[in-house]
Design a protein around this ligand. Structure first.
Ligand SMILES: NC(=O)C1=CN([C@@H]2O[C@H](COP(=O)(O)OP(=O)(O)OC[C@H]3O[C@@H](n4cnc5c(N)ncnc54)[C@H](OP(=O)(O)O)[C@@H]3O)[C@@H](O)[C@H]2O)[C@@H](O)CC1
Ligand SMILES: Nc1ncnc2c1ncn2[C@@H]1O[C@H](COP(=O)(O)OP(=O)(O)O)[C@@H](O)[C@H]1O
Ligand SMILES: [K+]
Length: 491
C-alpha cells in the first residue's frame, strides 16, 4: 500500500461513497468482497494455526458477505468451520446474497452458538454500516463469547464499534485482530474502539488509491509524514538565536514547577534559548532550580508589555501552574499576536469571556495552540462537549473552528485539529503518560516547535507525537522529569 493510504483515516460515509465510485468506475464490487473475505480467511489461518474450529458469525449486510466468503475459503482450505447467521439469509441482497450462495456451509441461527474451547470466532456481524445500537441477540452473543475468552478476529470493525466515533453501540466484541479494508476508520483509533480492535491490519482490496484519496477529508493518523518537512536539520553554521527563543510564564512561589517543566522540555525539544518569566515573589524559587534556562522578572501586565517591545521574542507558553484569573486573561490577550501555547490555567481562565480571546486570535492570524484535556475542554467548549452526536474528532474540529486556534484535545487518543478542519489522531502515546506534569512537558515541546518556525498545526502534531515517543523511551516508571530527559530528536 502506498504512503498516501497508510496514515489516512476514512469515515464510514466516505468509505461507502468510495465503494460506489469504485463500482461506477467499472470495478466489480463482488471481486472487492471476495478480496476482503479472502484476506480475512488468510489472517485467520496465519494468526490461529492451533485453532480447532473457525466459527464465522455473519450479519445482514456486506460485512456478513465478507464472512460468507471467508467461511467458504476456510472450509476450502480444509479447516473445521461452523457458520452462524444473524437474521434471515433469504433477505440478503446484492453481493452478500451472492457470497452466501457461494458458501457450502449450512448456517444455524446465531443465538444457537455455544462457545467451545479451541474455537476462533470470525466476527462478520456488522461493520461500517452499523447505524444504531446492536440488536439484543447480537449483544447476547457478544457477552457469551467475551465471557468464554474465545479469540475473536473482527472483519472491518469489531461488531458494536461505531466506525465514525469509536463509541460502543450497546455492546462490542473485543478482538485479538481486526482486518479492515483500504484505510483505517476513526473508530479504529478513537477510544474505546481502539482498545477493542486488537492489532489492526489494513488490507488493500484493490480500490485505486486515487478513488480513496478523492473522497477522503483531511484526516490522518499522526506521524512524521505530516510535519517532517518542517524539521530542518541543524546546519553547522547555526547559532542559538536562529533556533528560536521560547518564553514560559511562571506562576507564584508555591506553583513554579509546572512552568519549569515546560521550559526544560522546550530547551530539550530544540529551542535555542528559553527564558522563564517569573513574578518577583517567585524569582528565588525559580532561580534555585534553573541553570541553562534564563530568568526574567515579569510580574505585572506592564512588565509583560515592556518585555514584548522586543519583537524577536515571538513564542510563549502561558498556563502551567500560572493560576486562574484576571492576570492570566490579561496576559493571554496581550500574547495573541505572538505564537502562543495556551495551556491549563491559561485556558481555564476563559471559562467566562472566551469570545474576547477567540476574537483576538482570529484578528491575529491564529498562531495559537490550545491544549485541553477532557475537563478543560468541557469548561471552555461546554456546548460542543455536551453534543453526544459528535465524535472526539468532530468536537476538536468544532472547537478549532470556533476559537480560531489549533486545538489539541488530549487523552489516550489525542486529536489535533486546525480551524480549517484538518485533523490528526495520535496513536503512539502509552498510558503511563497519564502522570502529573506530563501536559506541562507537552506544552514546552509545542513551544519549541513554534519558536523554530513551525506553523501552529505542525508544531502541535509533531509535539504530540514526540511526547508519545518520549513516553515510550522513558518506560513505565514515568515521571515528568524523566519524560523531559527522553524527548527524542525530531524525525
Ligand atoms: N469498504 C469496502 O470497500 C468494502 C466493504 N465491504 C464490507 O462491507 C461492509 C459494509 O457493509 P454494509 O454497508 O452493508 O454494512 P454492515 O456493517 O454489513 O451492516 C449493515 C446492515 O445491517 C443493518 N443494520 C445496521 N445497523 C443495525 C443494527 N444496529 N441492528 C440491525 N441491523 C442493522 C443495515 O440495514 P438497515 O436496517 O439499516 O437498513 C444493513 O443491512 C464493511 O464493513 C465491509 O465489511 C466489503 O464487502 C467489500 C468492499
Ligand atoms: N491513558 C492515556 N494514554 C496515553 N496518553 C495519555 C493518557 N492519559 C493522558 N495522556 C496524555 O498525558 C498528558 C496529560 O496531560 P494533562 O492532563 O494536562 O496532565 P498534567 O496537567 O498533569 O500535566 C496529555 O498529553 C495526554 O494526552
Ligand atoms: K465485524
Amino acid at each position: 500500500m502506498g504512503d498516501a493510504l497508510e496514515d489516512m483515516l476514512v469515515t464510514p460515509v466516505e468509505m461507502a461513497a468510495i465503494d460506489k465510485d469504485a463500482a461506477d468506475s467499472g470495478i466489480d464490487s463482488f471481486s472487492l468482497m471476495r478480496s476482503a473475505g479472502l484476506a480475512v480467511s488468510a489472517a485467520a489461518l496465519r494468526l490461529f494455526p492451533a485453532g480447532l474450529r473457525f466459527v464465522v458469525l455473519c450479519g445482514p449486510g456486506n460485512n456478513g458477505g465478507d464472512g460468507y466468503v471467508a467461511a467458504e475459503a476456510l472450509a476450502e482450505s480444509g479447516a473445521q468451520v461452523a457458520l452462524y447467521i444473524l437474521g434471515d439469509a433469504d433477505k440478503l441482497r446484492g453481493d452478500a446474497a451472492r457470497a452466501c450462495k457461494g458458501c457450502r456451509l449450512a448456517g444455524l441461527p446465531v443465538e444457537a452458538y455455544e462457545p467451545q474451547a479451541g474455537d476462533i470466532v470470525v466476527d462478520a456481524l456488522f461493520g461500517a454500516g452499523l447505524a444504531r445500537d446492536l440488536p439484543g441477540v447480537a449483544q447476547t452473543i457478544i457477552k457469551r463469547v467475551s465471557a468464554s475468552r474465545i479469540p475473536v478476529l473482527a472483519v472491518d470493525l469489531p461488531s458494536g464499534i461505531d466506525g465514525r466515533s469509536g463509541e460502543v453501540r450497546g455492546a462490542s466484541f473485543t478482538a485479538t485482530h481486526t482486518v479492515t479494508f483500504m484505510a483505517a476508520k476513526p473508530g479504529h483509533v478513537l477510544m474505546p474502539g481502539r482498545q477493542s480492535c486488537g492489532t489492526l491490519e489494513v488490507f488493500d482490496i484493490g480500490i485505486p488509491t486515487r478513488l480513496v484519496a478523492a473522497r477522503a477529508s483531511d484526516l490522518r493518523i499522526n506521524g512524521p509524514a505530516d510535519w517532517r518537512h518542517y524539521s530542518r536539520g541543524l546546519d553547522a553554521g547555526t547559532h542559538k538565536y536562529k533556533r528560536g527563543h521560547l518564553a514560559v510564564l511562571s506562576g507564584g512561589p508555591t506553583s513554579t514547577g509546572a512552568a519549569r517543566l515546560s521550559a526544560a522540555a522546550g530547551l530539550v525539544a530544540g529551542a535555542g534559548l528559553v527564558t522563564l518569566g517569573s513574578p518577583p515573589e517567585a524569582l528565588a524559587a525559580n532561580a534555585s532550580h534553573l541553570t541553562a534556562i534564563m530568568l526574567k522578572e515579569v510580574g505585572s501586565a506592564a512588565d509583560l508589555a515592556e518585555w514584548l517591545r522586543d519583537k524577536r521574542l515571538n513564542t510563549f507558553v502561558l498556563g502551567p501552574g500560572f493560576g486562574v484569573g484576571k492576570k492570566a486573561r490579561d496576559f493571554a490577550l496581550m500574547l495573541c499576536d505572538r505564537a502562543l501555547v495556551l495551556d491549563a490555567d491559561g485556558m481555564s481562565s476563559f471559562q467566562q469571556g472566551r469570545e474576547e480571546l477567540f476574537d483576538k486570535i482570529a484578528g491575529n492570524g491564529g498562531q495559537v495552540v490550545m491544549t485541553p484535556h477532557e475537563g478543560e475542554f468541557a469548561r471552555l467548549f461546554p456546548e460542543i462537549a455536551a453534543d453526544a452526536a459528535l465524535s472526539k474528532i468532530e468536537k476538536a474540529q468544532a472547537a478549532a473552528r470556533l476559537s480560531h486556534a489549533v486545538i489539541i484535545y488530549k487523552g489516550p487518543d489525542t486529536v489535533v485539529a486546525a480551524p480549517s478542519g484538518r485533523a490528526v489522531v495520535n496513536v503512539n502515546a502509552p498510558p503511563w503518560l497519564a502522570t502529573a506534569g506530563s501536559g506541562d512537558v507537552l506544552a514546552g515541546i509545542i513551544g519549541a516547535h513554534l519558536a523554530q518556525g513551525f506553523p501552529a498545526f505542525e508544531a502541535a502534531a509533531a509535539a504530540v507525537w514526540r511526547h508519545g515517543e518520549a513516553g515510550i523511551c522513558a518506560g513505565r516508571a514515568l515521571t515528568a522529569e524523566r519524560l523531559v530527559e527522553n524527548i527524542p530528536p525530531l524525525a
